[in-house]
Design a protein around this ligand. Structure first.
Ligand code: SIN
Length: 316
């Protein structure tokens, strides 16, 4: 069980305060106390970070990847649970799946109410996460929240405060946890080709060696877009040290279409050697190939397309 902070570890001054709390206050060792699914089984607890997940950064991601890879390689470990804030859990889940491609389960969980709430949702989510991590045949990175199990590729936070704040779009959740039982709707996320190991050693090593993430910015296409943001990025970002602009993800309208004024500046960006990817502002559906010559995001949201491009640039 690896703790990183979040609302699940949040503390407020009164039990009815569900918004004025501070995230990342309660240690993971305290969170796991009295979780019924842990009774009778062995659990090891490690505090990897204690942050509000809006502040997630490369250092915490690297620490997580290193600790998860370490524990999954142990024959006595069946799976890893990570407690995390809801705000960037979809990014961490995607990153962990892409870097680790684990052959054992890595279950991220979270809460929308702080640990001090009258009726906190964290303890139930943690209980469900432990059941999932111990589930025979489980593999890959999933997120469990409000009894629904989401795959790392599909999950998106879609609500600002409700306890069931996540959605898996067209793919739907991987399954649910009902009455203490895991019910699968589709297979566990693919583990990928990890050879003999429990994780993809090559990708893990490359990610752990990175001293910074390649700069990939997200820009939005909208009515009356004029491309000024991209022009500024080209003017100031191409030579910015230590992280020059290397990529842009455009969150396009509908099927990834881009305002003509923005499109012409994106073409300038590509001419200047910046990699550009088209995704969509829409919550559902995926962008298909078009005539712009800008590659589509292969079904990924702008946030995940950004990470995919960063990880690809790290290879170079
Ligand atoms: C966070 O993401 O760390 C704070 C918000 C939350 O966990 O719901």
């Amino acid at each position: 069980m690896l703790g990183t902070g979040g609302t699940i570890a949040g503390r407020a001054s009164s039990p009815d305060d569900l918004s004025g709390y501070v995230a990342g206050q309660v240690g993971v060792a305290d969170l796991v106390r009295d979780i019924p699914a842990l009774a009778g089984g062995a659990v090891e607890v490690e505090q990897v970070a204690q942050i509000d997940s809006k502040d997630m950064d490369l250092g915490v991601w690297q620490a997580l990847v290193e600790r998860i890879a370490h524990h999954l390689a142990r024959p006595d470990v069946v799976g890893v649970v990570v407690t995390h804030g809801t705000d960037t859990i979809e990014e961490t889940a995607y990153l962990l799946q892409s870097v680790l491609k684990p052959r054992k389960p890595v279950v991220l969980t979270c809460a929308m109410r702080p640990a001090t709430a009258l009726a906190p949702d964290g303890p139930q989510n943690l209980n469900d996460a432990v059941l999932l991590a111990r589930c025979a045949g489980a593999q890959g990175v999933v997120v469990v929240c409000a009894a629904r199990v989401h795959g790392a590729l599909d999950i998106a936070k879609t609500h600002t405060y409700q306890v069931d704040a996540f959605d898996s779009g067209d793919a739907g959740p991987v399954g649910t946890v009902e009455h203490g039982q895991v019910r699968l709707f589709r297979p566990w996320p693919g583990a990928g080709d990890t050879g003999e190991g429990m994780v993809d050693e090559t990708t893990v090593k490359r990610f752990l060696k990175a001293t910074r993430l390649p700069r990939v910015e997200i820009v939005l296409s909208h009515a009356a877009a004029d491309g000024l943001m991209v022009r500024c990025l080209l003017e100031h970002g191409l030579n910015s040290s230590p992280a020059p602009l290397q990529g842009l993800v455009v969150a396009g309208t509908g099927n990834g279409t881009v305002h003509r004024s923005l499109l012409s500046v994106l073409e300038d960006a590509m001419t200047a050697g910046v990699r550009v990817v088209r995704s969509t502002r829409c919550a559902r559906g995926q962008v298909s190939a078009d005539k712009t010559g800008i590659p589509d995001s292969d079904g990924l949201s702008p946030l995940k397309a950004r990470l995919a491009l960063m990880l690809d640039l790290l290879k170079g």
